[in-house]
Design a protein around this ligand. Structure first.
Ligand SMILES: [Mg+2]
Length: 346
């Protein structure tokens, strides 16, 4: 079902020679849903041959950020191509369809109704060669982004809340140099090694009723030194190692952008920490940050939470750095001193 531009051009020309009406549409079609199917079925009813251009992984990333698409271009093309209403699929590496439209000159250029005619910058191009732009109203109030949000919410609420434990706060942890040994731009999961004392420290905090989450800058992804999949595999190995000792991390927050991207999520800004507290239902007064960089401490200050500066080898570095175990002890003491055990339910 997936065709080259040349083959599609032949399909279109031969259909037109037979007097058939050719329709063209495009999209990311990440996590195919009822809205996509209803829309493509309606599109097919308006023409005799429906060609669908599926955005390549790179073009989706350029539009929706480095964490999308969820499904690869091969999977997305296979799913769209398997629909009865779709006659042919082509992979589109450009963000916009203008080049393909100029080449194929379909009778109808069809888009879902979340656009208006003037928003479509392809409209003048289509109308110039005598084609028609058609907008189809959305029948299902559903989108891939909304689906992802629902899954995340379900995973948060599926985890049993620790209402009987003492503190009920959140510990935000940096990853590299704090939980696992710091290896710049680590992409090989076999090199993941836990920092000495990390399991002991995290177990103590968890047993005292704290929830654990990670907030990590990973500009290696934005710079292209490692892929998001490699990064996820490293996290998987870290979670496996922690999990065998009973340590559970609720969520991992990642800034995949490079410094040059000037994003709002990268530490030293507090955005990731604020988002974690909002998502997981904690407030700054009952939360702590543990990290091995000044940017971790600055992010905590920005988010209004207390922080401890650690080192994977404090005996070598000295200064004001401590081990993660000592940081955990300090936090437990501070939480007890400041009466953070009051108001256990959340
Ligand atoms: Mg670090």
């Amino acid at each position: 079902m997936l065709h080259s531009v040349e083959t599609i051009k032949m399909v279109v020309d031969s259909a037109k020679a037979k007097g058939l009406k050719v329709g063209f549409t495009c999209g990311a079609f990440d996590l195919l849903h009822a809205g996509h199917v209803a829309y493509l079925s309606a599109a097919r009813q308006m023409c005799d041959v429906l060609i669908v251009a599926v955005n390549s992984d790179d073009s989706v990333r350029a539009q929706k950020g480095p964490l999308r698409p969820i499904r690869t271009q091969e999977e997305r093309c296979a799913l769209v191509g398997a629909l009865r209403c779709v006659d042919a699929v082509i992979l589109m590496s450009d963000r916009r369809p203008n080049r393909l439209i100029s080449m194929l000159r379909p009778d109808l250029y069809i888009k879902g109704g979340d656009y208006n005619h003037r928003q479509l910058n392809s409209a003048p191009l289509v109308e110039a060669y005598g084609g028609t732009v058609v907008l189809i109203p959305v029948r299902f109030d559903v989108s891939t982004s909304a689906t992802i949000k629902k899954i995340v919410e379900a995973s948060v609420h599926a985890s049993p809340a620790s209402t009987s434990k003492a503190y009920g706060g959140l510990i935000l942890l940096d990853r590299d140099g704090t939980i696992i040994r710091n290896i710049p731009y680590l992409k090989d999961r076999l090199k993941v090694e836990l920092v000495p004392g990390a399991v002991t420290a995290l177990t103590k905090l968890q047993d005292a009723g704290f929830e654990l989450a990670v907030a990590t800058n990973q500009q290696g992804i934005g710079l292209g030194y490692l892929t998001f999949d490699e990064y996820v595999a490293v996290n998987g190995e870290m979670l496996r190692k922690l999990g065998t000792s009973g340590v559970r991390i609720s969520r991992i927050y990642t800034c995949p952008h490079s410094v040059a991207d000037e994003c709002i999520c990268r530490k030293p800004q507090g955005e990731m920490l604020r988002r974690a507290m909002a998502d997981l239902g904690h407030d700054p007064g009952r939360s702590y940050m543990i990290g091995d960089a000044e940017s971790d401490i600055a992010a905590a200050a920005d988010a209004g939470i207390a922080a401890r500066l650690v080192s994977e080898s404090p005996q070598l570095e000295g200064g004001n750095r401590e081990s993660i175990e000592s940081a955990a002890d300090w936090i437990l003491l501070d939480a007890a001193k400041s009466g953070k055990e009051v108001g256990q339910c959340r």
